[in-house]
Design a protein around this ligand. Structure first.
Ligand code: AMP
Ligand code: FE
Ligand code: FE
Ligand code: ZN
Length: 301
């Protein structure tokens, strides 16, 4: 084993908006030389069992996680959507189970409503979408994007997100979610280490760091935020520098991940970012809601 293993802590399977089954994702990670995978499907723990089984067969590290849909209202009254990664939550924690179910259900009604609106102008239908996703998986805009691409209305997922599915589009509707603070507190109650996924990814290049929502970050730290996903392809360089300083000042660990969604799901490739051993250990020390798995070759971690 090398001194610096590749620890990719944030990926998606077809239990949410990724394209690979959990088992296939794990075998692909093994082929690519990744040492440990965190599976963080949106608002569901459904893929964990299959990923854990594959990890043990392949002798690959596995870290169970979820990516929780949350929101915050900033002092300027802007409502932003924030994704919170919860590492090693107890998957049977009653309130967590109930909240995740509520968010998933709201994602279905929201997606249905968006499809109704889009269908007034483009030839797509709800049935066409459900025919192509795994029953019970967390529905998101990517499923609508795929339908638009199949109908030849857009070229691919990205083109759909740039136009019809964009947040500023007239077809866009947001799902019900917990606030960032509620989600952080709930994650901690379930034994998880809460981490902000791809923080500040919408931070415009060239904007002053004085415009960053410093107060909101401090509130999240007070609620028990444990880490920041700094190394992610969508976190701009200026934001990464600010986040590293912030992490240092508030004793947060920092992670690096791909946010892989399958080949063709997003350009993000498995293992393109990694978390350092030191930061991985800090994450493990702050979470105890469920077991993770390290193969023999990684047990020194
Ligand atoms: P939703 O959660 O339904 O609002 O959809 C957001 C999800 O869409 C994110 O979690 C990403 O996985 C995915 N996504 C966002 N932008 C893109 C893009 N340009 N191409 C592919 N997938 C995207
Ligand atoms: Fe996603
Ligand atoms: Fe996300
Ligand atoms: Zn993600």
């Amino acid at each position: 084993m090398t001194d610096q293993p590749i620890l990719d802590l944030h990926t998606h399977s077809n239990r949410s908006d990724g394209l690979d089954t959990p088992a296939y994702l794990m075998s692909r990670a093994k082929q690519l030389g990744v040492d440990l995978i965190g599976l963080a499907d949106h608002d569901t723990t459904d893929g964990w069992a299959e990923a854990m089984k594959a990890a043990k067969e392949l002798e690959l590290g596995f870290l169970p996680a979820i990516e929780i849909s949350t929101h915050a209202v900033l002092p300027n009254k802007r409502r932003i959507s924030v994704h919170i990664l919860a590492y090693r939550p107890n998957p049977n924690h009653p309130r967590l189970v109930a909240e995740l179910a509520k968010t998933r259900e709201s994602r279905v009604s929201r997606a249905k409503r968006m499809v109704e609106l889009i269908a007034e102008d483009y030839p797509i239908s709800w049935e066409e979408i459900t025919d192509h996703i795994r029953p019970g998986s967390t529905v998101g805009r990517p499923a609508i994007a795929d339908a638009l691409a199949r109908a030849g209305i857009v070229k691919d997922r990205s083109a759909a997100f740039d136009t019809i599915l964009h947040k500023s589009s007239a077809y866009y509707i947001s799902e019900h979610s917990l606030s960032t603070i509620e989600a952080i507190e709930l994650a901690i109650d379930a034994g998880a280490a809460p981490v902000i996924a791809h923080p500040l990814m919408d931070f415009p290049a060239g904007k002053s760091t004085a415009d960053l929502p410093d107060a909101h970050f401090k509130e999240m730290v007070e609620a028990g935020l444990a880490g920041l996903e700094v190394y992610h392809r969508q976190v701009p360089q200026a934001a990464q520098e600010w986040l590293l300083q912030f992490a240092k000042a508030h004793d947060l660990f920092t992670t690096g991940s791909s946010d892989y969604h399958g080949v063709g799901g997003k350009v993000n490739e498995l293992g393109e970012n990694s978390t350092s051993v030191e930061n991985f250990r800090a994450l493990i020390a702050k979470s105890n809601g469920t077991d993770y798995y390290l193969p023999e070759g990684l047990d020194w971690l």
